[in-house]
Design a protein around this ligand. Sequence first.
Ligand code: DHK
Length: 145
Amino acid sequence: MNNILIINGPNLNMLGRREPEIYGHETLQDIETLCRDTAKKYEMKIDFVQSNHEGVIVDLIQDSLDEVDGIIINAGAYTHTSLAIHDALKLHSCPIIEVHLSDPSKREEFRHFSYITPIAQQVIAGKGAQGYVQAIEKIKELIQD
Ligand code: DHK
């Protein structure tokens, strides 16, 4: 069974009450349930994690080396700042999909650059919680190829 790691960065634990007009009304728990239902449908196993701490995310990425078949990451604000997360992801040879609930390219200029994009097979942005479902489907497709 394919094993997918889904990583959520800072402030994503506040979904539901965090700028709902931008991030939607779903909580992170709702998104986790959606991901678990999707993974079950495709007979995949997921680890769904969230951290507000850059080093913890780096540790999670390192610890998953040789353990996962794909990574889905919404690094939150670390998307735009973290060379450390970029470098950790580069250790992996499995497919990596970058997800954002909003579309950072249509927001403030400081959100336009991403350290994740250069190492991601695909970026899914502006699709809300459904973006996570699309990311799981894309990973499935990439693993099969
Ligand atoms: C989430 C965040 O926390 C922001 O810092 C990013 C991203 C966008 C999202 O849309 O999911 O800029």
